[in-house]
Design a protein around this ligand. Structure first.
Ligand code: SF4
Ligand code: MG
Length: 325
C-alpha cells in the first residue's frame, strides 16, 4: 500500500520566556492512501502541533527537525511559496470551531467562490456551480439558500459541513481534521463523522484525525496512534488497540472511558501531564506508571513492532528492560 504521509523522527522545540519546551520528542508514523489515521491523546500532548507542522504553520519560535514526507517529498525542505501551493489544495485542514475559519462578514457563497477560484482557476459562474455541488455532497439541501447565508445564520453542524466542503473543494490527497466534532453535540458529532467516512469512501482521500476522544477513534479510524507528552507510545489498527492495548498509558486511557452503567471512570490515571519545559527523563510516562522499573527513568523506549502492525514504546515489551530491568 502506498503512503500519502510519512513522519520520521520529528522533534519540535518551542523557545519560550520560561525556557525551551520540548513539544515533540521523536514522533514517527505514516498514513496510507485512503486511510483514516487517528492521533489520540490528552490536551497538550502534541497532536495539534504535529498537524500544524505538516502544513508548516508553526509559530516562528518553533525549532523543527526530522522529516515530513508527503507523496515522496520532504515538506521541511520546501520553500514557503511551494508550501502555499500545497496548502488547501493537496493538504486541507479543518478545525474544531468553523467560526475561526469562516469570515462572519461575508456570505458563504462568496467565501466558497474565493477558495475555489484561488486554486482551480474557474470563472465565477463555474465556481458557483462547483460550490453548489460541494454543498450537496456534504449532505446539505437547498444550496442556493446556503450560498446566500452568513455564517451565523447556519447551525454549528451546518458550518462544519461547509468547512468540510471547502476543504475538499480542490480534491486534496490529505485532509487534516483537528478535533472536528468536539464543539458539536453528540448527535451532530455522529453525523459529521459519518459524513467524513462517506466522503473518504467516495473520494478516497486520506485523513489525519486528531482527537482526545476514543469514542471518535472507534467510530471512524482505520488505525490509531496514541500520543503522550510529545511521543507516540502505541500504534495499532483500531480494533486491535481496543482489544489488546499494550502500553500502560493506552490501558489507562481506555479504563477512564466511563463505564456505561455507572458513568464513572473505572480507574483514573494518577498524576498529571508533565511540563514539557522539563519533561521526565527516559520514558516520559514513568512518574505516572504503575509498572515503571529502574530502566524507565533512564532510557527512552523505542517504538517497536510487537505483532504485525501493532507498535509499542515501552520497556515492558523487550529491549532495554529485558537486559537491565
Ligand atoms: Fe511504564 Fe516503563 Fe513502559 Fe514507560 S517504559 S510505560 S514507565 S513500563
Ligand atoms: Mg489541540
Amino acid at each position: 500500500m502506498s503512503k500519502v504521509l510519512e513522519i520520521r523522527d520529528l522533534y519540535i522545540n518551542f523557545r519560550t520566556m520560561w525556557g525551551v519546551a520540548k513539544v515533540l520528542n521523536g514522533v514517527s508514523f505514516e498514513i496510507n492512501d485512503g486511510e483514516i489515521f487517528g492521533l489520540v491523546g490528552e490536551t497538550g500532548c502534541g497532536k495539534s502541533v504535529t498537524a500544524l507542522s505538516v502544513l508548516r504553520l508553526l509559530p516562528s519560535n518553533a525549532q523543527i527537525s526530522g522529516q515530513i514526507i508527503f507523496k515522496g517529498e520532504n515538506l521541511l525542505e520546501k520553500s514557503e511559496e511551494e508550501m502555499r501551493k500545497l496548502r488547501g489544495k493537496e493538504i486541507s485542514i479543518i478545525f474544531q470551531d468553523p467560526m475561526t475559519s469562516l469570515n462572519p462578514l461575508f456570505k458563504i457563497g462568496d467565501q466558497m467562490v474565493d477558495i475555489i477560484t484561488l486554486h482551480e482557476g474557474l470563472s465565477k459562474e463555474e465556481a458557483l456551480e462547483h460550490a453548489r455541488n460541494l454543498i450537496k455532497s456534504v449532505g446539505l439541501s437547498d444550496p442556493e439558500r446556503i450560498l446566500n447565508s452568513y455564517p451565523h445564520e447556519l447551525s454549528g453542524g451546518m458550518r462544519q459541513r461547509i468547512m468540510i466542503a471547502m476543504a475538499l473543494s480542490s480534491n486534496p490527497s490529505l485532509l487534516i481534521a483537528d478535533e472536528p466534532t468536539t464543539a458539536l453535540d453528540v448527535t451532530i458529532q455522529k453525523q459529521i463523522l459519518k459524513l467524513i467516512l462517506d466522503l473518504r469512501d467516495r473520494y478516497s482521500f486520506s485523513v489525519l484525525l486528531i482527537t482526545h476522544d476514543l469514542g471518535v477513534v472507534a467510530e471512524v479510524c482505520d488505525r490509531v496512534g496514541v500520543m503522550y507528552a510529545g511521543n507516540i507510545v502505541e500504534i495499532a489498527p483500531t480494533e486491535e488497540l481496543f482489544e489488546n492495548p499494550l502500553h500502560p498509558y493506552t490501558q489507562g486511557l481506555l479504563s477512564v472511558v466511563p463505564d456505561p452503567r455507572t458513568k464513572k471512570p473505572l480507574k483514573p490515571l494518577r498524576g498529571s501531564v508533565p511540563s514539557l519545559l522539563n519533561p521526565p527523563s527516559g520514558c516520559r510516562f514513568h512518574p505516572r506508571c504503575d509498572y515503571a522499573k529502574d530502566v524507565c527513568s533512564r532510557v527512552k523506549p523505542e517504538l517497536i513492532e510487537r505483532s504485525p502492525g501493532h507498535f509499542v514504546a515501552c520497556h515492558l515489551y523487550g529491549g532495554e528492560a529485558d537486559v537491565e530491568g
